[in-house]
Design a protein around this ligand. Structure first.
Ligand code: P6P
Length: 337
């Protein structure tokens, strides 16, 4: 089979965008380069002084891992050097990073990124990921502004994730389907391995942190019990699979069918995952693959965003499984009136 690299694929698909002059193509390639560098460090994390914590706490109130900082720096410098973005929003940074270099300040795009999602798993050699979302700027010129990021998920022009696991994969969409590329370390290129990815309409895997069971909404508790009932006709009981890295759980469910839920809990009354650089890009990808993503009630990509690090509950995966979970949420909805 002819090996098609990410670069070749992007150029070939560029014809899908007659008005694009290659900026998006270059931007996607810049992300691919940073992903290869991060993957190199993740793969030898146990051998170099890059494990463990920096002793700092980030804007999320989470312990900052050395690899979080490294990944953040790599993606920011690759995006700055590429000259295609006028601002970056990162999970690791409280405020946006406006870019006002001569080349970038009139660039057309902004990128929101979670440089290393699930990094608490790094020290125990479990898959982690990067999640990115690309918008066309709405500000007129000069360095990008906060308003460039206050756009609904439906306005994304591209989104993707990188999963640093048994192999390194980059999966992305520009709104015309989802394609997956696997890094071939022998040539240092992402090669097309999963063309036109489609997620099963149903499945038998449910992913959520059942340790929070007591604090889940009643609808989620009832859905968990539904997943655990014996019913051969609907292939139940389902299997419970939860890695603790959303990218890894959602990637597996995308391929095999399944649902990932991070609902509200007492510790995270608005949900834990962030709308801008986790839920919207993952929702774009899963929807493009034929799946569904809601907050238990509203389509993720139609939610209004008012804060950079805004959190939301997330129900994402196979359409029929998300719908069933939403049915339970609706049936057991506590009226907040
Ligand atoms: P908990 C990682 O921090 C993350 O944002 C997701 O990738 C992951 O699924 C979830 O949080 C894990 O959170 O509370 O179950 O440890």
């Amino acid at each position: 089979m002819r090996v098609q690299t990410l670069g070749q694929f992007i150029i070939e698909k560029q014809t899908d965008f007659p008005y694009a002059k290659g900026e998006l193509s270059r931007l996607l390639r810049d992300i691919g380069i940073a992903a290869k560098i991060v993957n190199r460090e993740v793969n030898k994390a146990g051998l170099v002084e890059i494990l463990g914590e920096t002793g700092e706490v980030n804007v999320q109130g989470e312990q900052v891992k050395k690899l979080d900082v490294f990944a953040n720096e790599q993606f920011i410098s690759a995006l700055k050097a590429g000259g295609e973005v006028c601002a970056i929003a990162s999970e690791e940074c409280e405020d946006i990073i406006p870019i006002d270099t001569q080349v970038s300040k009139n660039a057309k795009y902004v990128v929101a990124i979670d440089p290393l999602d699930g990094s608490s798993n790094i020290d125990v050699n479990v898959s982690v990921g990067t999640i990115f979302s690309i918008y066309r700027r709405v500000s007129l010129s000069g360095p990008g502004t906060l308003e460039d990021f206050m756009q609904r998920g439906t306005e994304q022009i591209a989104a993707g994730y990188v999963i640093y696991g048994s192999s390194c994969m980059l999966v992305y969409t520009t709104g015309r389907g989802v394609n997956g590329f696997t890094l071939d370390p022998s040539i240092g290129e992402f090669c097309l391995s999963n063309p036109d990815m489609k997620t099963p309409q149903t499945g038998n895997i449910y992913s959520l942190n059942e340790g929070n069971y007591l604090h889940f909404p009643d609808g989620v508790k009832k859905y968990i019990k539904y997943c655990q009932e014996e019913d051969k006709a609907t292939d139940r009981p389902y299997s419970s699979r939860y890695i603790g890295s959303g990218v890894a759980d959602i990637h597996r469910n995308l391929l095999k069918g399944g649902v990932y839920i991070y609902p509200t809990t007492t510790k995270s009354p608005k949900g834990k995952l962030r709308l801008l650089y986790e839920c919207n890009p993952l929702a774009f990808i899963v929807e493009q693959a034929g799946g569904k993503a809601t907050d238990g009630k509203t389509r993720i990509m139609e939610k209004n965003i008012k804060e950079l690090h805004q959190r939301t509950p997330l129900f994402i995966g196979s359409t029929q499984m998300v719908d069933k979970a939403m049915e339970f949420m609706q049936k057991h909805e506590v009226s907040t009136l």
